[in-house]
Design a protein around this ligand. Structure first.
Ligand SMILES: [Zn+2]
Ligand SMILES: [Zn+2]
Length: 347
């Protein structure tokens, strides 16, 4: 077993270095995974630009959280896994005993343990994640497909919270990986999907995922009304998913929902953002406002099932691959235009 490995260390704002660091040591209930693929994610890019994340990662630390690989070491107290298994591990584990965990809201766990370190040859999966959020990858499922489990679990929970039903008209604003996953799942649930995005390439992808109406959101066009016009009697959509994370798009989302419908503000806005709310829309039109965050162990299991059925394939989301040494240029490329999907990093 090697003593050192290549890893992408985050030191601060846009300060990321791929360097030789010690291979993490494995304590009693941890496992060590040789990373076969790590997927880039908008969250990593956000953290890279900011230099830290109050809850998820404090530098210096190895970045990356969407991964799949092979178990190469297990702690002495691990009984449910063994060396050689192909596994996927989620990026967090709930504590299972706090106020929120006891009420099946593990996504809000007060002691949520986050794990980073996917952009490296090896990653340590801490005991709590081994216990409830690590799974063997079934035969026939690729590492790449499996590595999508974390964002997909968040989206599955978002669909559930929104209450999307067969025959619903659903508008999705934002066509990054998350928006596209919402379109795919809403379509598979029998909904009619209106996709809202800026770039022709994104809208083209949305169509491939099952969107039947495409609306280009350019500044000088009333695209909110264009969405309404695609709904029955211009009443508005039964559900609107906001997957951008800006106050403007949150506002736009409220403008395209029907009375009695649901808006899910899925995209997190920058800290200290505020959005005015039309009180009569919420009261007299009974619009429900939701905002789904993160996932639970149940949704991780459901996501793996969706992947196993090939309802969603990485080929539609992972458009590039690069060695670990190119990670910095991959991030710079992602920053230069926002129509990006995911890149498979191969350590
Ligand atoms: Zn992610
Ligand atoms: Zn908890």
């Amino acid at each position: 077993m090697k003593q050192t490995m290549q890893a992408a260390m985050l030191y601060g704002r846009e300060e990321l270095r791929v360097e030789e660091v010690p291979v993490p040591s494995v304590k009693s209930d941890d496992i060590l995974v040789k990373v076969r693929v790590a997927l880039t994610c908008g969250t990593d890019l956000k953290v890279f630009r900011r230099g830290y994340h109050a809850r998820m990662i404090r530098p210096p630390a190895v970045l990356g959280h969407e991964l799949a690989g092979d178990i190469v070491a297990v702690g002495p107290d691990v009984t449910n896994f063994h060396i050689g298994q192909r596994v996927v591990a989620a990026n967090s584990a709930p504590c299972r005993h706090c106020y929120f965990c006891k009420r099946n809201q593990e996504n809000l766990c007060e002691n949520l343990l986050f794990n980073n370190g996917a952009y490296a040859e090896y990653v340590r999966i801490p005991g709590p994640i081994v216990a409830c959020n690590t799974h063997e990858i079934t035969d026939g499922v690729s590492y790449r497909d499996a590595a999508m489990v974390e964002p997909l679990a968040c989206v599955i929970r978002g669909i559930e919270e929104t209450g999307i039903r067969e025959g619903d008209t659903v508008a999705v604003i934002g066509l990054g990986p998350i928006g596209l996953m919402f379109i795919r799942l809403a379509h598979l649930n029998g909904a009619r999907v209106i996709a809202v995005g800026r770039r022709p390439t994104q809208l083209e992808r949305a169509k491939r995922m099952g969107a039947s109406e495409l609306v280009t959101a350019v500044d000088d066009v009333d695209w909110v009304n264009q969405v309404r016009n695609y709904t029955d009697s211009s009443r508005g959509a039964d559900a609107v998913i906001e997957a951008v994370g800006t106050p403007d798009t949150w506002q736009a989302a409220m403008g395209m929902v029907r009375g009695g419908g649901t808006v899910n503000f899925f995209g997190g806005c920058p800290g200290n953002s505020h959005v005015p709310i039309d009180t009569s829309l919420v009261h007299y039109s009974e619009v429900s406002l939701k905002s789904s965050f993160h996932h639970t162990p149940r949704h991780i299991r459901q996501a793996l099932e969706v992947i196993r059925r090939s309802d969603l394939r990485s080929a539609d989301f992972v458009i590039n691959e690069a060695p670990l040494s190119d990670l910095l240029s991959v991030f710079r490329e992602m920053m230069s235009h926002n129509g990006h999907l995911k890149t498979a990093i191969l350590p």
